[in-house]
Design a protein around this ligand. Structure first.
Ligand code: ZN
Length: 297
């Protein structure tokens, strides 16, 4: 990393775009950060460009810009639609290019999913530091996961979409059809924020501590954690996002342990499920840190 170089970072989310500039992920001056509400693509991206125009005017040219985007997004550099949001239920955003408006800054642009970028940030500077693979799972309006391994993220046919894995139904939760428009009762269809509200008419945090919802949702996410561990031999699985709270995490750990049935040496070699399944250390900064790392790299 060139310490004099100035990097741009964009955390492109469904409700807000966070823009920042600095010499590295932990060198972002106060006046080099702006939160832009996600409205129409045109208004949102115009505000993003205006932010970086101001930065360029005040501090000089950018060396690179990193974009950590909500998905699905085309992250294949050989593709003609590289940098564009793919088919999304978010009105007006399907097919919108996040990178084209940034070309005017005449610097390299890197784009990845928000969860891949978050996995990278936690792997390099957070709760996954020193471990690999590190998986970051967000549980919020949707469910998504990213994977960081040796300073890179996993991309391929598209990018990991582990929120759409199917899970075994909890016997107490047979009636609910699920809300995923593609699969019905995949993980996102059962355990995302809107799925919780659709079932119980409340957010998880609003339900009493003894409500079975915590165990049911924790059970589904625990199945995901077990699948991730079997599939990737992950050493850290970081759970973040708006649905997560301290009450849910123990249920996820217990369910993952139950699912694995003592088959993997999580206790003996991994330090136990409390070390395998953790909260983000970078908390609210994980997205912008990840985006900045994409730029620096
Ligand atoms: Zn689905």
């Amino acid at each position: 990393m060139n310490s004099r170089a100035l990097y741009g970072a964009i955390e492109a989310g469904g409700t807000k775009f966070v823009c920042a500039a600095g010499h590295g992920p932990f060198e972002i001056p106060q006046d080099c950060r702006e939160v832009i509400p996600t409205t129409t693509p045109q208004a949102t991206l115009e505000a993003v460009v205006a932010f970086f125009e101001r930065i360029r005017g005040q501090r000089g040219p950018l060396s690179a810009i990193g974009v950590a985007a909500f998905g699905p997004v085309d992250v294949d550099r050989r593709s003609p639609t590289w940098g564009s949001i793919l088919a999304t239920p978010k009105a007006g955003w399907s097919g919108v290019s996040l990178t084209r408006p940034l070309e005017r800054f005449e610097c390299p642009i890197a784009i990845d999913t928000d969860v891949n970028a978050a996995a990278l940030a936690e792997a390099l500077h957070g709760s996954g530091a020193g471990f690999a693979p590190v998986v970051y799972v967000t549980v919020g309006t949707g469910i998504g996961g990213g994977v960081a391994l040796e300073g890179a993220t996993i991309r391929g046919l598209l990018h990991p979409e582990m929120g759409h894995i199917r899970v075994r139904r909890d016997p107490r939760d047979q009636a609910f059809p699920g809300i995923c428009p593609f699969h019905g009762d995949c993980l996102e269809g059962l355990a995302s924020g809107p799925a919780i509200v659709a079932r119980w008419n409340a957010r998880l945090g609003e339900l009493s501590a003894t409500h079975p919802a915590h165990e049911i949702i924790g059970g589904y996410l625990g199945q995901l954690a077990a699948t991730i561990t079997l599939l990737l031999s992950a050493q850290r699985i970081v759970f973040g996002g708006g649905v997560m709270n301290g009450r849910l995490l123990p249920h996820i750990r217990a369910a993952a342990a139950r699912e694995l049935g003592g088959y993997l040496p999580v206790e003996e070699r991994g330090g136990g499920f409390d070390r395998l399944i953790v909260e983000p250390e970078l908390a609210g900064q994980v997205g912008i840190t990840g985006a900045m790392l994409l730029a620096v790299r």
